[in-house]
Design a protein around this ligand. Structure first.
Ligand code: IPM
Ligand code: MG
Length: 366
């Protein structure tokens, strides 16, 4: 198969972790006889520095022509980087938001999974962790507060800022369908998260999700208010299978869920449209404090590459091979610094390695 992939190394640790994902993809291509062609585009701070804007039209066109996009991370330190002195539409995030919108990437899948090998990294008590947890956050990605009209102006002498939260029934329906489709292949439970006790957009969300649920009789649907969900994620994360929610709630809850696993450096993500096209990126950020040190964890990016093979190319066997290789290196005790056990007495059971060695170890096990 020919795989035409556009890479966005981006900022901070992005280039280092994307390099390791490519290493692993190249090994997969060799072993299973595929042809991968890569093209890099700039986005975020790297694009601001080179082109004066966070994403050029040319870069968007290149991404659109690809089969899939593999991204590292974008942005820098929001209090010290000169990028954050620019007007909002010229800052690094604006590039990512524009790309999501231009490519119509409305479905964001963020798995949050507890590796049993990394149980010590989980901040929750053993009785709460139990036999572990495995959830998929399905976040709507191109609507809501992120893309509604906004303004800051003086009204009757008082500076007033407005952000608008809009959802159409069609936008809700298409993400709900994806959520139920995925739940059907998992443990068949959807928790739809909203704030229907206050917001109209949430009441519409609930109505449409219930309509969609009728087409999936084997899937159990429950509704949960977002504040309660934030609490339940630390109280009893085992209860969740698929969490289906709107853009802003999903942004917040997915960070919380990733922290609960104790290892944001392990979590992949996919942003999909109606076709097989997708953008794949680690859930973590650009970590400017450790950029260039060769210590970042490349596993989330490597697992995002596995998601890409699965969702954009239907290469399940190849995706399984990457996931099994990651599992193997963890079982063998290799760890990057972020997933080292906190207690000193547990550290001699594992071996600390850097970014490139972790990439080598995983690709050798494909
Ligand atoms: C994320 C990030 C982005 C978001 C930022 C960088 C705009 O936090 O992907 O979760 O809020 O969607
Ligand atoms: Mg976020």
């Amino acid at each position: 198969m020919n795989l035409n992939i556009v890479c966005i190394p981006g900022d901070g640790i992005g280039p280092e972790i994307v390099a390791e994902a490519k290493k692993v993809l190249d090994k997969v291509a060799k072993k299973y006889s595929h042809n991968i062609s890569y093209k890099d585009i700039l986005m975020g701070g790297a694009s601001i520095d080179a082109c004066g804007e966070p994403l050029t039209d040319e870069a968007i066109a290149t991404a659109k022509a690809a089969d899939a996009v593999l991204m590292g991370s974008i942005g820098g330190n929001t209090s010290t980087s000169p990028w954050y002195k620019l007007p909002p539409h010229l800052r690094p995030e604006a590039g990512l938001l524009k790309l999501r919108k231009e490519l119509n990437l409305f479905a964001n899948l963020r798995p949050a999974y507890l590796y049993k090998e990394l149980k010590e990294a989980c901040p929750l008590r053993d009785d709460i962790i139990g036999s572990g947890f495995d959830m998929m956050i399905m976040r709507e990605l191109t609507g809501g507060l992120y893309f509604g009209a906004r303004s800051t102006k003086e009204v009757d002498g008082v500076v007033t800022a407005v952000d608008t939260l809009t959802y159409t029934e069609n936008e809700i329906r298409r993400i709900a369908v994806k959520g139920f489709d995925i739940a059907q292949k998992r443990r068949k439970k959807v928790t739809s998260v909203d704030k229907a006790n206050v917001l109209d957009s949430s009441r519409l969300w609930r109505t449409v999700v219930e309509e969609v649920a009728r087409d999936y009789p084997e899937v159990t649907l429950e509704h949960m208010l977002v504040d309660n969900c934030a609490m339940q994620l630390v109280k009893d994360p085992k209860q969740f299978d698929v969490i289906l929610t709107e853009n802003m709630f999903g942004d917040i809850l997915s960070d919380e869920a990733s922290m609960v696993t104790g290892s944001i450096g392990m979590l992949s993500s996919a942003s999909l449209n109606d076709t097989k096209f997708g953008l794949y990126e680690p859930s973590g950020g650009s970590a400017p404090d450790i950029a260039g040190k060769g210590i970042a964890n490349p596993i989330a990016t490597i697992l995002s590459a596995a998601m890409m093979l699965r969702y954009s190319f239907d290469l399940d066997r190849e995706a399984d091979a990457i996931e099994a290789a990651v599992q193997k290196v963890l079982e063998e005790g290799y760890r990057t610094i972020d997933i080292m056990p906190q207690e000193a007495d547990k550290r001699d059971r594992v071996k600390q390695v850097g970014t490139a060695v972790m990439g080598d170890l995983i690709s050798e096990r494909i």
